[in-house]
Design a protein around this ligand. Structure first.
Ligand SMILES: C[S@@+](CC[C@H](N)C(=O)[O-])C[C@H]1O[C@@H](n2cnc3c(N)ncnc32)[C@H](O)[C@@H]1O
Length: 224
């Protein structure tokens, strides 16, 4: 495991440990496609993994990876690093990656904030994606949110100039908080966008839409 991240403060995580059943298919994929997993305790060498000059996009909280793999298939020239703490979901992602025979996806099991802090070189990423982080709207959970000034600073430092952070949320109030957070920092530009056609509907999003919550996409670019 990576060291405990320090960005959010002692003991604060953007996720809660959860137990859920792992399917036989996911369990098998964790074995069959172990070669797509990267260790979380050594610095990442993006060039050695994807090739020099290949743009690399990190997805924080890929869930079951259905959107991750679709985007990887559609964009084979981009290296995709998908991170989640939830093993059953990563198994599903690996099963999908195996079926689709994608070669541009790598997976890490761990806290993406710790990976950003300790493993991702400064200025290295072409983009970051976070689709439906923090699905809990209660105020007492706000300190656990992914989008808050310290994490925004961390992500900015790992993006190359003109790199982007693409987010989606189904909580209107959280979208407002995100806009305030990025708006307070002139080193970012951008805001709410239409959902790009290339972003597949995620598993979580299907549920949110079914429950009648509209989805907001935000695209922010590091401009300084
Ligand atoms: C609501 S789910 C959304 C999953 C997927 N993006 C989707 O839309 O279906 C949020 C996911 O983020 C993961 N997550 C939250 N904080 C994380 C962190 N710091 N590092 C890695 N994964 C994280 C959770 O384990 C969970 O799978």
């Amino acid at each position: 495991m990576t060291d405990s991240p320090t960005t959010l403060g002692p003991g604060i995580r953007t996720f809660k440990p959860r137990r859920s059943r792992i399917t036989a298919r996911a369990q098998q994929a964790l074995v069959d496609h172990a070669g797509l997993m990267l260790p979380v305790d050594v610095p990442l060498d993006l060039g050695a993994t994807w090739g020099d000059d290949v743009p690399v996009v990190l997805e924080i909280g890929c869930g079951d990876g259905r959107a991750t793999v679709e985007m990887a298939v559609a964009d084979p020239e981009t290296g995709i690093l998908a991170i989640d703490v939830h093993t059953p979901g990563l198994g599903e992602l690996l099963a999908r990656a195996g079926t689709a025979r994608v070669t541009n996806v790598r997976v890490m099991e761990g806290d993406a904030i710790a990976v950003l802090e300790g493993q991702v070189p400064v200025g290295a990423l072409a983009g970051v994606r976070s689709y439906f982080p923090d699905p809990w709207p209660k105020a007492r959970h706000h300190k656990r949110r992914l989008v808050q000034p310290a994490v925004v600073d961390l992500v900015r430092s790992r993006l190359r100039l003109h790199g982007y952070w693409h987010l989606a949320t189904d909580w209107a109030e959280y979208a407002e908080v995100m806009l305030e957070c990025f708006g307070a920092d002139p080193r970012w530009s951008g805001g709410v966008i239409e959902r790009p056609a290339w972003r597949p509907v995620t598993r979580y999003e299907t549920r949110a839409l079914g429950e009648g919550r509209p989805v907001v996409d935000l695209l922010l670019t590091r401009i300084a």
